[in-house]
Write a protein of this length. Structure first.
Length: 303
């Protein structure tokens, strides 16, 4: 997707959030948490993805101000997980700079990725990520889209023993990679798997999510809005009364659908708008839809 297409699509996506108040007070109820199975460490269930959203065309005070506000909104709502990658342009550098400026560096759970081939290049890239994020130790380092995953997992196991990373994971954004992700989850020593899952893309329910749960592997969910496509489709559509019983907006409904699966640890919607971040984070409070309500949502969206 080129930047012009992204900007055009984003305009429609924003409309789906239009009903969110301009100023939303801090939540009266704490965000829910779920444990990382390997250690029991609790993570808030809604985090922040930075693909496309933390890489503005120009790095100016005007372009960075809403991004800093978005980080502050995540923290104010009780969220901690921030996910990035060297693939995401300047997102690591910008996130590291703004979190330090906001005094949030130690408050966040920093997840990034290695996205290259070869041991030496992998080490160089991961060391660069740590510098850009301004961290001595990365909370979660993931092999991005399984690129040279055997090489990088060997390095990451050493780094984990040396306390340079706390958790090790693998990721992909395509359902075609699910079979390989399942094999890694079942047979390799990984702490986290990151995968796409949404009301429109439910392939992970068949085998991968159960495999992660059986193996005691935490699950981060990317693309919960279908890359923004679901929100664009729903822009201007009223929230059905039955959905209002458990969600306050379309973004919350889509995120709560994902969180209702018991294998999911945290969902990481991407945004550069603090109002949207506050609305998204509210999906981590209140009740989740039951099986009947989830199926009703699927039918209502004709998916």
């Amino acid at each position: 997707m080129d930047r012009r297409t992204f900007v055009a699509g984003t305009a429609a996506t924003l409309a789906a959030h239009a009903a969110v108040p301009a100023v939303t007070p801090p939540p009266a109820v704490a965000m829910a948490t779920r444990p990382i199975p390997r250690t029991g460490e609790e993570l808030p269930v809604v985090g922040l993805g930075t693909w496309q959203t933390f890489d503005p065309p120009r790095r100016t005070a005007e372009s960075l101000a809403p991004l800093e506000a978005t980080l502050r909104a995540l923290h104010a709502a009780g969220g901690r997980v921030l996910d990035s990658s060297p693939m995401y342009g300047a997102s690591e550098s910008i996130a590291g700079e703004l979190a330090e400026r906001a005094g949030l560096g130690d408050a966040l759970f920093w997840a990034t990725k290695v996205w290259t081939r070869g041991e030496a290049d992998g080490v160089r890239q991961m060391e660069q990520s740590a510098r850009l994020l301004r961290r001595r130790r990365i909370d979660l380092m993931q092999v991005h889209n399984l690129v040279d995953w055997r090489t990088h997992l060997a390095t990451l196991r050493r780094w984990q023993a040396e306390d340079r990373v706390r958790y090790v994971g693998v990721t992909h954004y395509q359902t075609s990679a699910f079979a390989e992700l399942e094999r890694i989850v079942a047979h390799e020593r990984v702490d986290v798997v990151q995968l796409p899952y949404s009301v429109a893309v439910r392939d992970a329910e068949q085998r991968l999510l159960p495999a992660a749960r059986d193996a005691g592997v935490a699950v981060l969910v990317n693309l919960p809005f279908g890359g923004g496509g679901l929100l664009r489709r729903l822009a201007g559509e009223p929230l059905p009364g039955a959905v209002r019983e458990w969600a306050g907006s379309w973004p919350q409904a889509l995120l709560k659908f994902v969180l209702a699966h018991p294998a999911v640890t945290c969902v990481i919607p991407g945004t550069s708008n603090p109002r949207h971040m506050t609305d998204d984070a509210a999906a981590g409070t209140g009740r989740l839809p039951d099986a009947r309500e989830r199926e009703a949502l699927v039918r209502a969206l004709d998916l």
